[in-house]
Design a binder for this molecule. Sequence first.
Ligand SMILES: C[S@@+](CC[C@H](N)C(=O)[O-])C[C@H]1O[C@@H](n2cnc3c(N)ncnc32)[C@H](O)[C@@H]1O
Length: 241
Amino acid sequence: MILLVHGDREYLREPGDELHTDLGVVEIPEDVESGDTLETHLGEEFRARELRGPDLFNHLERTGAPMMPRDIGLVVGHTGAAAGDRVLDAGTGTGILAAYLGRLGADVTTYEQDAEFADVARENMDVAGVADTVDVRTGDITEEIDDLAAGEPFDLLTLDTADAPEVVADAAELLAYGGYVVVYSPFVENARASAEAAEAAGFADIETVETIQRELQIDDRGTRPSTAGVGHTGYLTFARK
Ligand SMILES: C[S@@+](CC[C@H](N)C(=O)[O-])C[C@H]1O[C@@H](n2cnc3c(N)ncnc32)[C@H](O)[C@@H]1O
């Protein structure tokens, strides 16, 4: 897949497709490359661009509420998620976190209990170019823990589900020594329950943070924090085995 960009408009298409807009028709060559300029039959120019993480956030088909890039940045920064890591993720939802981790070079196994969401997530992993390294499985992760614990340990467990505290209680069985469990919680009660479950399970370095990011508005009048937008996204709880 490739993005065709004209000003602030972006269209996701397959090489070989045609793009029809009010700016005219563009034929996208099979061998299109990022950076190529393509002209419509009306003489308007589009620039081809390869997808990167933030593009996935804007263009993957959405099901479960996706994690935002800033929260994903904290997950990577706090856990050191890296190429070669074995990651267990739930629930997949749109698959934004799973795709970002896959693009980092991690091997990701991700569970989604809703079969239709899982199908969409598989297509999203294809668009993200990580279908080979992100294995989307249909199922409830709480029912898979015993089987997963019998296999090779994971370096990172990422949870974005209401029942995450239940999984945290058994997370030590799933992780390698030094590995991390991370829970994204939209509500503080769930963050607290996750931290308490981590404590009870004997985890170290338990920490919960709230992610608030203020964008700066820079214009001719001056510079100040933006008065628009949502400051709060959620809470991230980290714990280490
Ligand atoms: C908020 S979304 C996850 C978004 C995802 N982190 C992303 O970045 O796109 C939560 C998803 O978890 C799924 N889910 C909830 N509980 C689950 C469980 N126990 N096992 C597997 N999936 C679950 C829901 O169906 C939903 O699609």
